[in-house]
Design a protein around this ligand. Structure first.
Ligand code: C3B
Length: 837
């Protein structure tokens, strides 16, 4: 077949914006065409949603040249590509990001004016975001895809196209109410279904042995049911580059053969049931963040997307005439936590059963291709599958896992003769209690590298989580501190700050965040610091108006915006923050609030629907908010706001408008955090514990520009060992006693003294996350915050230094480290006649 001539559609347009379709007139023409032909609408009657769709299609057209050029370059000159396997990709709104990366935000705005729209924002507001993730882990995957493309690394993000993403959160009477997320209802213009590239996946059934042509015994799997995965591709454009990577999300369909069979024997309803059953596979995202639900459907989802993805990678070798043996030369497979860990067994199965490879060869290929990122130490988050469930769903995989395990345990016996304990401890099969498959062990044994997500976390993976594995294979274990993309989280989210930065240090920081260091030269420039403060204030005004529109609470933008947005979890300790707010409330009430900074305390985040304590914490925040905001004594001094339905879009409004970032998890519990980075880049100061990436943030911005408090990992462990008694801490703090007493009296629950009892019992009983132990020091650190706020120039200087010194947390740096230390991949050069400007 003729290779695609990408030069044809736009001849000679190199560096000519008009011919490249990137000028306002071309964007307008593209919109007009799509309104007419794609959407069946006439311009004068088009709604904002129509215009959003038309603009999105026009922008998508402009990605296609880069997308196809990338595919073509990879076909013509194969090189190693990253396969990022993740059950979640929390990509956020797409339109503005693509406009920014193409460099045509102004052109789009100009085009929109011809349709009577004054600002791009009016159209951006219409966009529905795909909530295909819970929180940090899913958002990290999205930042990494953006950085991969910006660094010109060929990559595919493989995941699931959930029909319903993370639920929408409403607040009713202070409680969280979950609403189904119908993100596809208006049509989503950013995906390209590719039914021609569908893959089959089996489930259940049995295995059988047979003798192959060469007379050797082999095993094969006879699944009881099948599903089809239809890829839906989302182009991922990098910042001002020609390459365009992709996100390949699998949607489950029923297999036709089964439908037809049942139909022919007259069992029409049986056929429909099968169809409904397999479509359910990609129906909904599990809304638990960091806890293992252990449900059959979830394991099915994991195997479904992993199998489709690996088949797709193998097929890409076949299509280019490359030998299967070269798999590790062309693919590096990254497991984003253990959710895709079944890949170790599935790749073995595909190589051994389908490609008839022998064990050693298949294991060599698998273990040279796969690497694993651990994102949590919480025991309840470490995936374990009940053996019966596992074998009923994936009988062939279990056989392979037994063999992987047998060989591994043999290796252990040689290394530690007579040490049965270590075998039990490291075995993939957990034999304590009811038997289970430990996915972290499977991933660790199958991977060539295992990394944690912040320096402290990676150390704890080695010392606490997998110490014996780390001793066995020290070179396998490494760290890659998380990062976030400066395009979305500064350039897009904070245009006010971006303009200031562009004017004073140039635009280079957007692709090289370390250039923000140049700001340090301005740290003693009074005029500049004032400008810095005013920029923040103008962003805070926008958030204040959002808060008023969405919650009815009026907040004063000149107060200190003290913000905690993240999933609601006991280890993240939103309740510690609330208790501190109650103390401030009491001090104001008692006339002891001299020197206290006037604050607006803002919360946002979803709780897993089955996590009772987290939902009660939301109710608690809203109870306090109601009492505080209704009390005239608090006017001008204290406001408490809970922002419903926290998501990427809302995050883009919140981070830039924050003065203080609350990163107050119990030391050792938050693997990294990434919100902490977004706040700091946007000039918020952190109040935080020595946990996750907070440690590195503090080192980089300087201890004097960070409000540290709380017990260290060692101190927490000591407390645990010596028998922690929260009562002792409570007794030493009269203010804390008073706060607890008020809660108990029903002061924040309209006299209901039972409402928050489970929370109080938890804190005063065993207090598993050491809230009481850290309270006094937290209060002290908050007083230091108040004091610092009184000297505004000094505050602005600290804020500036936070921005200047957090370039390290760009996901470009993280991805650079993965490429260099784990993946061994390099950039792809794509030549197209229409270079972006
Ligand atoms: C999260 C961790 O809780 C965060 O500390 C970390 O920054 C991010 O991952 C990204 O590494 N995490 C999550 O969101 N979901 C999980 N199941 C496990 C970890």
């Amino acid at each position: 077949s003729q290779p695609l001539d990408l030069r044809l559609p736009t001849p000679g347009c190199y560096n000519d914006p008009e011919r490249a379709g990137l000028d306002a007139k071309s964007v307008f023409d593209g919109m007009t065409e799509h309104l007419f032909f794609t959407l069946g609408k006439l311009a004068p009657t088009a709604s904002r949603h129509d215009l959003y769709m038309a603009l999105s299609y026009a922008v998508r057209d402009r990605l296609m040249m880069r997308y196809l050029a990338t595919t073509e370059a990879m076909r013509a000159h194969p090189q190693k590509s990253v396969a990022y396997l993740s059950a979640e990709f929390l990509i956020g709104p797409q339109l503005n990001n693509n406009l920014l990366n193409l460099g045509i935000q102004q052109e789009a705005e100009a085009a929109l004016r011809n349709f009577g729209i004054e600002s791009l924002q009016q159209i951006l507001d219409v966009e529905e975001e795909p909530g295909l993730g819970n929180g940090g882990l899913g958002r990290l995957a999205a930042c990494y895809m953006e950085s991969l493309a910006s660094l010109k690394i060929p990559a595919t993000g493989y995941g699931i196209r959930y029909e319903f993403g993370i639920f929408d959160q409403l607040i009713r009477d202070g409680w969280q109410v979950e609403i189904t997320d119908k993100w596809l209802k208006g049509g989503w213009p950013w995906e390209l279904p590719q039914p021609d590239e569908a893959c089959f996946v089996g489930f259940g059934g049995r295995t059988e042995s047979y003798i192959d042509d060469k007379g050797s015994y082999r095993s094969r799997w006879i699944p009881a049911e099948h599903a089809i995965g239809i890829p839906h591709d989302v182009p991922v454009l990098g910042y001002r580059v020609n390459i365009c990577d992709r996100l390949r999300l699998w949607r489950a369909d029923a297999t036709e053969s089964f439908d037809f069979y049942a139909f022919n024997i007259g069992d029409y309803y049986g056929a429909v049931e099968e169809k409904v059953g397999s479509e359910t596979l990609s129906k909904v995202l599990y809304p638990n963040d960091g806890t293992d639900e252990g449900r059959r459907l979830r394991l099915k989802q994991q195997h479904f997307f992993v199998s489709c993805s690996l088949q797709d990678m193998l097929r890409s070798l076949d299509n280019r005439g490359l030998p299967v043996e070269d798999f590790p030369k062309y693919w590096t497979v990254q497991l984003n936590d253990t959710h895709p860990a079944i890949a170790v067994a599935e790749l073995m199965r595909l190589l051994i059963d389908d490609r008839h490879m022998d064990w050693d060869k298949a294991w060599d290929i698998t273990s040279r291709s796969v690497a694993y990122t651990n994102h949590t130490l919480l025991p309840e988050a470490l995936e374990k599958w009940d053996l019966n469930l596992f074998s009923s769903l994936l009988p062939r995989h279990l056989e392979l896992i037994y063999e992987i395990n047998r060989r591994f345990l043999q290796q252990l016996r040689l290394r530690y003769p007579g040490n049965d304990a270590i075998q039990r401890k490291l075995s993939i099969i957990d034999e304590d209690g009811s038997k289970a498959v430990r996915m972290a062990h499977l991933a660790t044994i199958g991977a060539h590298h295992v990394n944690g997500v912040a320096a402290l976390h990676s150390d704890l993976v080695k010392t606490d989580l997998l110490p014996e594995f780390a001793e066995l294979w020290p070179e396998k274990f490494t760290n890659v501190t998380n990062g976030v993309t400066p395009r979305r989280w500064v350039a897009l989210a904070n245009p006010e700050l971006s303009t200031l930065l562009n004017e004073h240090i140039g635009e280079d920081w957007i692709s090289n965040m370390e250039n923000l260091r140049k700001l340090e030269e301005r740290q003693n420039d009074q005029g500049f610091l004032e400008h810095w403060g005013n920029t923040k204030l103008s962003v805070k005004r926008k958030l204040a108006s959002y808060i008023h529109r969405n919650t009815g609470v009026l907040v004063d933008p000149s107060t200190l915006f003290d913000v905690q947005v993240k999933r609601i979890h006991e280890y993240k300790r939103q309740h510690l923050n609330v208790l501190q707010v109650i103390t401030q409330y009491l001090r104001i009430k008692n006339g002891q609030a001299d020197g206290m900074a006037p604050r607006t305390v803002i919360f946002g985040g979803k709780a897993a629907p089955g996590y009772y304590m987290a939902k009660l914490i939301i109710r608690f925040i809203n109870g306090i908010a109601e009492t505080v905001n209704a009390d005239p004594d608090m006017d001008g001094r204290l406001r408490v706001v809970f922002l419903p339905d926290y998501n990427v879009k809302l995050g883009e409004q919140v981070y830039p408008a924050s003065d203080l970032s609350e990163q107050i998890s119990t030391a050792g519990k938050e693997a990294s955090g990434t919100g902490n980075m977004k706040f700091a880049m946007n000039g918020a100061l952190t109040i935080g514990t020595l946990d996750g990436a907070n440690v590195e943030i503090r080192e980089l911005v300087g201890a004097e520009n960070f409000f540290l408090f709380g017990k260290t990992v060692e101190e927490i462990n000591d407390l645990k060992r010596s028998g922690y008694n929260p009562g002792a801490f409570i007794n030493a703090m009269p203010e804390l006693q008073e706060a607890l007493r008020l809660i108990e009296m029903g002061h924040f629950s309209n006299g209901d003294s039972e409402l928050f009892r489970p929370l109080l019992d938890n804190l005063t009983g065993h207090d598993p996350f050491f809230v009481m132990a850290d309270f006094a020091d937290y209060l002290r650190a908050q007083e230091a915050v108040s004091l610092a706020w009184t000297d505004r120039m000094h505050w602005n200087r600290m804020s500036l230094l936070n921005t200047a010194r957090t370039g390290f947390f760009s996901s470009d740096r993280s991805i650079g480290e993965y490429c260099e230390n784990i993946w061994n991949v390099g950039p792809l050069n794509v030549d197209i006649t229409c270079d972006v400007r």
